[in-house]
Design a protein around this ligand. Sequence first.
Ligand SMILES: NC(=O)c1ccc[n+]([C@@H]2O[C@H](COP(=O)([O-])OP(=O)(O)OC[C@H]3O[C@@H](n4cnc5c(N)ncnc54)[C@H](O)[C@@H]3O)[C@@H](O)[C@H]2O)c1
Length: 271
Amino acid sequence: MGAGITQVVAQSGMPVTLIDRDSEILKRSISRIENQLSRAVDRNRMTRDEADVALSVIDTDTSIDAASEVNLVIEAVPEQFELKANIFRQLDGICGSTTILASNTSSISVTRLGSQTNRPELVVGLHFFNPVPRMELVEVVVGGRSGDVVVDTVQEFARSLGKTPILVQDFPGFVSNRVLIPMINEAIFCYHESVAGVEEIDTVMKLGMNHPMGPLELADMIGLDVCLDILEVLHSELGDPKYRACPLLKQMVAGGKLGQKSGEGFYSYED
Ligand SMILES: NC(=O)c1ccc[n+]([C@@H]2O[C@H](COP(=O)([O-])OP(=O)(O)OC[C@H]3O[C@@H](n4cnc5c(N)ncnc54)[C@H](O)[C@@H]3O)[C@@H](O)[C@H]2O)c1
């Protein structure tokens, strides 16, 4: 998600730094962005010059200190509260007093993340969708203490990227994942209980409900670990057993079957 967000910000002409603790991931991310931009040039969606300008405004770094002089930080580390909380505490210490701290979290409370800082009024959710360059929606999550001016500013930022911001309040899963992830979990239960095979379940949802992708295919694209993390947040925060993760999902994640990113999930991606 970090690479996708970096790409759309760069395409809008704004300088952007992609930070990851792993330098190999940074290298892979940049080459993925280069490939995506080259494909866009081949398909006449942008000129070679525009692609070169976008690449030229991207910087990379392995240290969080690279965020110390920016106006806006968008955190996109894995969906675990303690990990994100730690990043927010560090950012609060190193960033200027007016820097907006946004999270791309799919389900974690933005209000709780804001409480890790001394600037809760400058903390919001900016929830992009995967793949970021193609998906038009950004859920703007209004935390319990997010300031009105900050909420307006990040909506304007999202529009400047060509996205459509929709305001949602800070409840677990917001709107998108409160609806989507239980549907994916139910599809996994259907497979687990042998109601139908993987392709059959996906085909039912594509041909019967007009979904562009089946839920199991989509789960592989999101990452099965991410789906499980979100379900666990919904389950623990809302306390309703209907959000209980399917045991098969837990077993697949424990076994390293994470979907597209690991090469295997409900489908195989060896190529
Ligand atoms: N995958 C999706 O479809 C999707 C969609 C919308 C939102 N999100 C949200 O975006 C966030 C990231 O998801 P993802 O799928 O990109 O996860 P990912 O696991 O693919 O990427 C997370 C990256 O964070 C890096 N990282 C971990 N700890 C770090 C640290 N301390 N400092 C710097 N970098 C660190 C990892 O090296 C990794 O490259 C999560 O909150 C997720 O819920 C994901």
